[in-house]
Design a protein around this ligand. Sequence first.
Ligand code: NAD
Length: 369
Amino acid sequence: MGYRVTLIPGDGIGPEVTAAARRVAEATGVSIEWEVVEAGEVAIRAHGTPLPEPVLDSIRRNRVALKGPITTPIGGGFRSVNVALRQQLDLYASVRPARAIAGEGTRFPETNLVVVREATEGLYSGVEHWVDRDHTAAETVNVVTRKASDRIVRFAFELARREHRHRVTAVHKANIMKTTGALFQAAFRAMAPAYPDLASDERLIDNMCMQLVKKPSEYDVIVTTNLFGDILSDLCAGLAGGLGVAPGALYGDGIAAFEPVHGSAPKYAGQDRADPVAEILCVELLLRHLGEKEAADRVFRAVWETIAEKKVVTYDLALPGYTQRPVPASSCSAMAQEIARKVPEVDLDAPLPRPPAAVAAPGDPQLEA
Ligand code: NAD
């Protein structure tokens, strides 16, 4: 029997990259029936709201979704659909792996870390208001609860164990934010002894940014609150080759949605130019979640080989800086077609072309918080 998965194409480049991802999913032979629903700007035009109830119903029913990026108006307009989805479905863990693929597009080919971000509260709780009528002062409330901190910290340790990782680093600003920061820190310190097989340590957010751009291979699993996690996951996407290749996942209890780190990139919408890799790697994560390990391995391998070959890649992967020698840029659909073609053919037992650099042993006592 096949799987039924909710598909939200989204805004901007979303329809193009999700079509590319579907094509690659089909090439795996895993039977997936996509239930397509609309959210975002396109839903406002059709239904008068960016997040119609049938979208939530579909995800609740199917328990798994693949999502394209959704536009959020800046500084006004409707509230973020992404934030609302996470809160309404209690998708509390945002997981963003940063793996350098084929050593390309990065000074740090050994990057292989995961950012685990609390996704339902913090500074994105939506509790904010103008203090005065003239809008000269404003407040946004940073909501941090022990319950949500405990469950995200536990999630991060469990993920580290499951993925045979070595170390979990909590990132906060408890020196300045003496209630919310300290609460998150306390949850981490209370949980760590239950995982004696894993190293654990802490960094302040500002220091963490500096450490990551200097030596990302020191880090393994990072767990943090909502805003810090949002920023760190883009930073880590940059370390691992850019937004075009960075996938993400959102997990709740018995429910999951997969979405790229990147946004709707409106300037490339409708041009068949956007890099489909991030959304295709979301399919890889989705297949792993469904227990389809071989299919997931094939997708990852096909992406890796396509990027390593540099024959059919989108503009961002063809630019000098990403590649040693400039190559002609292919379209989004052509790159997806190339990856899909490779999926059934790849030899999972053969060594990877340009294998990943060994990840340094975790834990460096010299790094100061
Ligand atoms: P963005 O990720 O859309 O774009 C940032 C830069 O990366 C741009 O130069 C863009 O062209 C480029 N880029 C992004 N994805 C690419 C791809 N697949 N291939 C090639 N280039 C790519 O971020 P932004 O411009 O800050 O945001 C645009 C909109 O997306 C906003 O409305 C924002 O709220 C929304 N957004 C949504 C999500 C989501 O749905 N999860 C995440 C981030 C931003």
